[in-house]
Ligand binder design. Structure first.
Ligand SMILES: [Cu+2]
Length: 138
């Protein structure tokens, strides 16, 4: 009886650890080694894009997860890299994969008339040869 109890405890532990480990592994493999950046779409009067400045490394694959946390639609354009999302509805998340192939400062902005300050809903991507890991807003 004692031995069966130990076996039961062992199997329960194994199942728990296995489930958590598997979930973590799945989360990581889904992003496939890319640098993942969460970008929140927010009207200027509520704080604007967060982060409004994204620092990337030339040649390093990146995945942008653009989340609209508001109750109005937004859009997204990063024209220098040919990226455009016509509409991101409230609550939606759009995923964009790309690899910056050149250095520089590239604007991104909202493409949906979301408020009177819509034209100010903008940020920038800064691509350098190598990124100092001290970037504050991510
Ligand atoms: Cu807008």
């Amino acid at each position: 009886m004692r031995r069966q109890e130990l076996l039961a405890v062992f199997l329960t532990l194994l199942a728990t650890v296995g489930t958590i480990g598997g979930a973590l592994w799945y989360e990581r493999s889904r992003d496939a080694g890319r640098e993942v950046i969460e970008l929140l779409a927010i009207q200027p009067k509520n704080g604007n894009w967060q982060p409004s400045e994204i620092r990337l490394e030339r040649g390093r694959p990146v995945r942008l997860k653009i989340r609209n946390i508001e109750t109005v639609s937004h859009g997204f354009a990063l024209p220098d890299f040919g990226i455009g999302i016509a509409e991101i509805k409230p609550g939606e998340v759009h995923v964009v994969d790309f690899t910056p192939d050149r250095t520089g400062i590239f604007p991104f902005y909202c493409t949906v008339w979301c408020s009177n300050e819509h034209m100010a809903m903008a940020g920038r991507v800064i691509v350098t040869e190598s990124v100092a890991r001290a970037s504050s807003d991510r």
